[in-house]
Design a protein around this ligand. Sequence first.
Ligand code: UGA
Length: 493
Amino acid sequence: MTQPLKITIVGSGYVGLVAAACFSELGHQVVCVDKDTQKIDQLRAGQIPIHEEYLPELLERHRGKRLMFTENLSEATREADVIFVAVGTPQSSSGSADLSYIDAVACEVARSVSGYKVIVEKSTVPVFTNEWIGRVLVRNGVPRSSFDVASNPEFLREGTAVQDFLVPDRIVIGADSDRAVELLRRLYQPLTSGEYYLRADCLFPSQNVTSKLPTLLLTSTKAAELIKHASNAFLAMKISFINTVANICEAAGADVDEVATGIGMDERIGPRFLNPGIGYGGSCFPKDVAAFRYVANQLGVNFDLLREVESINGRQQEGFVQKVASALWTLRGKKIGVLGLAFKGGTDDIRDSPAIAIVQSLLQKGCVVTAHDPAAMERTAQVLPPSDDMRYADDPYAVADGADALLILTDWKSFASLDLTRLRALLRYPIIIDGRNLFDPNTMEAACFDYLSVGRPPVHAASIEAPEQPLASPTKKGSWSAPGAMPALSVGA
Ligand code: UGA
């Protein structure tokens, strides 16, 4: 049996909150600290500030027992064996990561260190942050023998964060002292030994039968910091690569799904993260690609490859708007239905969401947008308040009602099972432009849609055949046929 440890986690954002819930699930005693007292009150009262599968179950299981919430960092520091720093590292105007929150936490932790502690970076930070944290602690009077600073980067994805944490493909521990390594090994022992997967209340019990146990990789602290940045930059590069291949497929009349399958079967490349679309977004890839490029530059290493990854990503969103224009000819005054606002399915997070960027671009070009997202409408309404041009609908079918075209901008699974006959009847013109390749083009052809997706041949079924189902309002729809993928000579105005 693993000996439980006392853990303090500073920061109750996506990473901090999920880590806190999961470490308590593994049997440790966890205190989650945030200076936002309102958020702490909400968490204590059982409210959950983010949409994340399994998180409600875990918080319900452990809140008030193995998992406490407080705004008092000093008290939490004194009690802890291990202190995780999971505060934000936003992008500064230079592209570098703004480390001021980490600096502030290190200063405050320094005031309360009593006895040996391991301070662990969980936030995504540039190489050398570890050394800076150590320097801040020493400058604030903490003896060097009273602490170690380690790096334990997190690889969880929003939407599947709890599963990624509890069933990781690897656990990276960067530490330069044996004492720190031992404590961190103990933290993850329930996973690396498989003990957790045998528990009757394990959330993912099939792991013990079907999969190998998570590997624990020990590295230097600097290597661990670099592993995190390099992993995210590589994944972003993979997405920009397949998006460019998708554009080539469109120009050549080939199907990117076939191409991605073919290249992904090479074990050196692998099939994951080869889904083309409207570009990557979220709170990690855009910020981390810029920060890693900045780090390289500071160290005198040319990493312009990452600049190109960023440019391709931006162009992918512009290209999608162009595709909408190519289907509708002009954009001013057009009614556009939008399904999806979150930066990806399964989350309510809209930070750097390509969907929001596309909606903003359409609004600028004079479109009237009605949008639906299963989880992200409240957050989006704070950025794009409801108005005559920007409307929100509680149900996906209401978005389609009377729209000139329907856009799919987030890969929510529920969108893929929408009733196509009903959608077709509601739309003014039967045009779906899918930025996430959620639908099979053959299905869309059979359902008589004009269907444009990313990197796959367009379907112009609506102009060929009449639908099996009578249209809801023949007079409204008339005998119009969509112009499909004709180049838009005039975009917008
Ligand atoms: C990403 C990484 O995948 C995690 O490993 C990492 O821990 C996390 O950042 C972080 O640094 O905290 P996340 O941002 O939650 O996780 O989401 P992803 O699933 O990686 O998706 C990022 C973006 O890429 C989304 O906009 C998604 O739609 C897009 N994407 C992803 C594609 O366009 N194509 C793909 O094949 C995969």
